[in-house]
Design a protein around this ligand. Structure first.
Ligand SMILES: NC(=O)C1=CN([C@@H]2O[C@H](COP(=O)(O)OP(=O)(O)OC[C@H]3O[C@@H](n4cnc5c(N)ncnc54)[C@H](OP(=O)(O)O)[C@@H]3O)[C@@H](O)[C@H]2O)C=CC1
Ligand SMILES: O=C(O)C1=N[C@H](C(=O)O)C[C@H](O)C1
Length: 258
């Protein structure tokens, strides 16, 4: 039995994770964490009596194999560090960590031989979009990334958009060039990752969509994915849980394992 603690369990993704764990015979929820909550009674959250509810990291004293985190950008680094330091394998979906923070966590997990994953997106369509973008990046020198999310999203750009730009940049091996005479009075050209422009839209009606547009002489290529239900992320989370149980290092990106 794989024993899991879910961090951010009261949130939109946390609730999907609880439902997923409930439906899997080899997974058991042993702990639930959210520092914002007051009550530690599992019944208040429709959880089994056997589940321990925590609102303070330092109080977590139970044995667990996996730490699943869908919390908030400002907390995910400390949460993940806590899990690794306690030998609990992190499966991290929360976005918003810097490249430096991810590197620090990788160094820590690898040195302690704790398997885990940080994935900007657990959706199969998004992972394939990133893989296809890497192929296209070999043939096009110019690209821009557009991401569209619900109005409650805290971080911009999305983790997926940043990861897509990073993967494109890795393939191209150089910064993208844009028109040096361009004048942008209000930041309309978007964010910039090594010359790759990133545009973040926040509107009610969206869950999570992303589009990568490649441009070349006389042609464009658009790769687009849409997420309409957060349940779609659970397939990737399930794959990741099984995979990290076999690993002794921190994997960055679901695209490394599917
Ligand atoms: N990798 C992927 O495939 C995906 C990643 N995400 C990412 O997951 C994260 C969560 O998304 P979503 O569920 O929509 O957001 P929600 O706001 O619905 O959920 C976040 C939850 O975390 C709780 N929380 C606040 N502080 C902490 C903390 N320090 N530690 C643990 N939990 C905390 C919040 O509590 P309260 O509400 O009481 O403040 C809330 O219940 C975001 O970063 C999002 O980008 C989302 C979808 C897919
Ligand atoms: O906040 C979200 O909703 C999502 N966040 C992740 C991200 O930042 O890329 C994954 C997906 O886009 C949904």
């Amino acid at each position: 039995m794989i024993k899991a603690i879910v961090s951010g369990f009261t949130g939109s993704m946390g609730q999907k994770v609880l439902a997923m764990i409930n439906g899997e015979s080899d997974l058991q929820l042993v702990g639930a964490f959210n520092p914002i909550i007051k009550s530690l009674d599992p019944a208040d959250y429709d959880l089994d009596d056997s589940v321990k509810v925590f609102n303070d990291l330092s109080q977590i004293d139970i044995a667990a194999d996996i730490w699943i985190d869908f919390s908030i950008p400002s907390a995910v680094f400390e949460n993940t560090k806590f899990a690794i330091e306690h030998g609990i394998r992190p499966v991290i979906g929360t976005s918003g960590m810097s490249e430096e923070q991810v590197s620090e966590l990788k160094e820590l997990a690898d040195s302690k031989k704790v398997g885990g994953i940080i994935a900007s997106n657990f959706g199969v369509s998004a992972v394939l979009m990133m893989k296809f973008a890497q192929v296209a990046a070999k043939y096009f020198d110019h690209s821009e990334v557009l991401e569209f999310h619900h109005e409650d999203k805290l971080d911009a750009p999305s983790g997926t958009a940043m990861n897509t730009a990073k993967l494109i940049h890795e393939v191209q091996g150089k910064d993208q060039e844009s028109n040096p005479n361009e004048q942008d009075k209000i930041g309309a050209r978007g964010g910039d990752y090594h010359g790759i422009k990133i545009h973040a839209v926040r509107l009610p009606g969206f869950v999570a969509d992303e589009e990568v547009i490649f441009g070349g002489q006389g042609e464009t290529l658009t790769i687009k994915q849409s997420t309409t239900d957060r349940a779609s992320f659970m397939k990737g989370v399930r794959i990741a849980i099984s995979e990290v149980m076999k690993r002794d290092e921190l994997i960055i990106g679901l695209e490394k394992i599917i």
